[in-house]
Design a protein around this ligand. Structure first.
Ligand code: SIN
Ligand code: CO
Length: 383
């Protein structure tokens, strides 16, 4: 029996992870009633408002409604007085990276571990008053919208007029004709692939938790690749053209030159070692707002083995992305942009947060030594 979607055990009757990936992922929207039965959020609206006042948090406050298009957007950090002055209706407070600010929420993110961890961007929490909405819009990445409290009316459309409002900081569609609609109650979830127009309006005060995926664009990747090459000692190959014929039209970039430039660019992406190394560094640092700081107390790492035997648990720093890839039979492990070589088993054990938390007291001396290094760099912490 295959495991059910989001469930850790086996389940009958429910959609399996395999079915979800084959039929819906990146293809079509899916409403999952009671995806998280009896869902009890670990944080309430006041916790999110408190976080929105922290200067390390990325927070936005949106007021307005459709079709009036009286949208206003403000960026945090906010003060408590900002919330006491809110109108009764039509407001939404959005805070990004909530699972990093509040690490126990990593347990919720683990329910999505059927996807590669580097594909997950963040958990954004929106708190809305009645009528609260960010307007009809389209996202360029997949999103799982979990209703945490209250009721929200969602409308979606696969075919729609793409014209956006002008003079508006929010990417809001000027008009929106929904094709499907539902009311989501706590525990219900709506999955949307990229490119589906959607509009969620709070029917009463409530919270929506959205797990957004990362989908770097070619522009993101090529910009980062250029920076990475420029910053490394090896700036890559240079254009060369031995054997060219004399030209008659000296200002022309001719077809042969275009072909050779295309090959020069392709050879960066096709390089056996350099491109995977770049990708590991890029994906492990992508959109991380904070670099993990080394711990003030380094003594914990010296006594790591003893601490684990006594029941301490090693966890990933939520602001680090720990990823690995296999290169010629060994593993390269990446932590927030930096890399180390280790065995494949060590990489599997350290980069999977569940294995690290459960099995670190049985780790080999090599594994413990890498854990010490990552602990001293602030990428792991002892709980
Ligand atoms: C929201 O939670 O208010 C908006 C989420 C989204 O539409 O992506
Ligand atoms: Co959206």
């Amino acid at each position: 029996m295959k495991p059910g979607l989001f469930s850790t055990g086996q389940c009958t009757g429910a959609l399996t992870t395999d079915d979800f990936l084959a039929t819906y992922w990146q293809k079509k929207p899916l409403l999952i009633r009671q995806a998280f039965p009896n869902f009890e959020p670990d944080l309430d609206a006041d916790d999110i408002a408190g976080l929105a006042c922290d200067e390390l948090a990325e927070a936005r406050l949106v007021t307005g409604s459709y079709p009036d298009h009286d949208w206003k957007l403000r960026h945090g950090p906010f003060a408590e007085s900002d919330f006491s002055q809110l109108p009764a209706d039509n407001w939404t407070l959005l805070v990004q990276d909530v699972e990093k600010h509040y690490p126990p929420l990593q347990d919720l993110v683990k329910r999505f571990s059927f996807l590669p961890s580097w594909r997950i961007d963040d958990l954004m929490v929106s708190v809305a008053g009645p009528g609260g909405s960010v307007g009809p819009h389209v996202d360029q990445y997949d999103v799982f919208l979990l209703q945490a409290t209250g009721t929200r009316h969602w409308q979606i459309a696969e075919s729609f007029d793409r014209e956006l409002l002008t003079d508006c900081e929010l990417n809001v569609l000027r008009t929106f004709d929904p094709e499907q609609e539902w009311e989501l109650q706590p525990g219900d979830m709506l999955y949307l692939p990229p490119g589906i127009a959607h509009h969620g309006v709070a029917l009463n005060p409530g919270m929506t938790w959205s797990l957004g995926m990362r989908a770097p664009s070619q522009a993101d990747i090529l910009l980062a690749l250029g920076e990475w090459l420029a910053g490394s000692r090896n700036e890559g190959e240079r254009y060369s053209d031995s054997g060219i014929q004399p030209v008659e039209r000296s200002g022309e970039i001719n077809a042969e030159a275009i072909r050779m430039f295309r090959e020069l660019c392709a050879s960066v992406n096709q390089s056996e070692k350099m491109f995977p190394e770049f990708l590991g560094a890029f994906l492990s640092a992508y959109r991380l707002a904070h670099q993990p700081a080394p711990p003030a107390d380094a003594s914990s790492s010296a006594d790591l083995g003893k601490a684990l035997k006594k029941g301490a648990v090693l966890r990933h720093n939520p602001w680090t992305r720990l990823l690995w890839l296999e290169l010629s039979g060994t593993a390269m492990i990446f932590a927030a942009g930096s890399s180390t070589v280790c065995s494949v088993n060590t990489a599997i054990n350290i980069c999977d947060p569940s294995r690290l938390e459960k099995a670190a007291d049985e780790f080999t001396e090599d594994e413990l030594s890498l854990c010490r290094q990552l602990l001293n760099q602030g990428h792991l912490y002892l709980d």
